[in-house]
Design a protein around this ligand. Structure first.
Ligand SMILES: Nc1nc2c(ncn2[C@@H]2O[C@H](COP(=O)(O)OP(=O)(O)OP(=O)(O)O)[C@@H](O)[C@H]2O)c(=O)[nH]1
Ligand SMILES: [Mg+2]
Length: 348
């Protein structure tokens, strides 16, 4: 999964990026135009459990790839999101908007995360609106793709009404027609509120109300102090986090909350060669899930051999789970459950 961190300049994007990846990219202002790239491994007890059983040659955890984008100047002084950032964001699965809720001495004015959110939301809508307007104009003239035009004409008033495409309820066939546009407002938006250290549990009532109305769950971080805490040895780290009133580090909390907000689950493939976690959206059917492993397996899908994680744990081995009748053969429409251990049968 690829998450793009973006937002206004000096909002703490790179600090958040460092917290989430454990890297130490340069922070502070300075008109940087470089995007930082980093990967975070998603901790998973279940994978650890199977590693204990299979002692595989290779272990692969789910990963989140982060791109930390250069900051945008405050909305009032610019014509919008830069073309570079828009282009980068289009390649992401999830957009992570970092909002500043701490005093930054390098910037004028008090933090105003609600205003920043609204400005950035408008920028995203505008970026899509420009694409749709241009394309609609063209298709109305050359009549080359009436179905696509129809779908775009449904998006147009919705965007003009300042609504994101994700709330339009596009049908499956419309989604397929429009997939190539990679609309920003059709992607899941995560909002990361970066707060001040003296106010780690701050509640931002108006912001939260606004976000709730937009069906966006905010994730609150205190990235500045938490990146410093990461440099301490583990014992001190716990004590400092407890002081901050948080039990888990921002990284773990982010991963949990992001998985919940995005409604993601994992299935697991096991064996002596490799134990591996795969991330899918809840509700994904077996044949589609197989495509994560390889497109050939999706195409040639025959059956999924499934043992639930709970059964595997209870019986301790594949053979024992099987003889207890806990081994299932599922078809292509089977809805994969979190923690399912799957072996796909396929034929190409
Ligand atoms: N007090 C406080 N300062 C922070 C926090 N997070 C970041 N900062 C500071 O804010 C400044 C900007 O942080 P960056 O992480 O570089 O912000 P950015 O959004 O990446 O900035 P650009 O890439 O220039 O847009 C730095 O001086 C950070 O140390 C925080 O949670 N609290
Ligand atoms: Mg930065």
């Amino acid at each position: 999964m690829k998450i793009g961190l973006f937002g206004f300049a000096g909002g703490g994007k790179t600090t958040v990026f460092n917290l989430l990846t454990g890297l130490s990219a340069d922070t502070g202002m300075g008109g940087k135009s470089k995007t930082n790239l980093g990967v975070t491994r998603v901790p998973d007890d279940r994978v650890d459990f199977f590693v204990g059983i299979y002692k595989p040659k290779k272990t692969v955890y789910a990963e989140i790839h982060f791109s930390d984008m250069p900051g945008e100047a405050p909305a009032k002084t610019t014509s919008g999101l830069s073309a570079q950032v828009v282009g980068d964001l289009r390649t992401m699965d999830v957009l992570g908007l970092v909002l500043r809720a701490y005093e930054n001495p390098a910037l004028e004015g008090a933090p105003d995360p609600l205003q920043d959110y609204q400005n950035m939301k408008s920028e995203l809508i505008l970026a899509d609106l420009q694409v749709v307007e241009k394309r609609v104009e063209r298709l109305r003239k050359d009549h080359s793709s009436p179905r696509e035009l129809e779908a775009l004409e449904r998006c147009l008033p919705h965007l003009e009404d300042e609504q994101p495409i994700r709330t339009l309820g596009l049908r499956e066939d419309e989604q397929t027609l429009l997939r190539g546009y990679r609309f920003l407002t059709d992607k899941t938006l995560l909002v990361l509120v970066n707060t001040a250290e003296d106010d780690p549990g701050a509640t931002f009532e108006q912001l939260n109300e606004r976000l709730a109305a937009d069906s966006v769950t905010p994730i609150t971080l205190c990235a500045g102090i938490e990146t410093e805490i990461l440099e301490l040895d583990p014992e001190d780290r716990k004590a400092f986090l407890a002081d901050l009133g948080v039990e888990e580090s921002g990284r773990e909390r982010f991963i949990q909350e992001a998985y919940a907000a995005l409604d993601l689950i994992s299935f697991i493939t096991v064996g002596e060669d490799e134990c591996r976690a795969w991330t899918i959206a809840r509700g994904t059917v077996a044949q589609r899930a197989a495509g994560q492993v390889h497109s050939d397996i999706e195409r040639g899908f025959i059956r999924a051999e499934v043992i639930s994680y709970a059964d595997f744990q209870e019986y301790g081995s594949e053979a024992k789970a099987k003889s207890a009748g806990r081994y299932r053969l599922e078809g292509k429409e089977y809805v994969v459950a979190d923690g399912d251990v799957i072996n796909f049968r396929f034929n190409v």
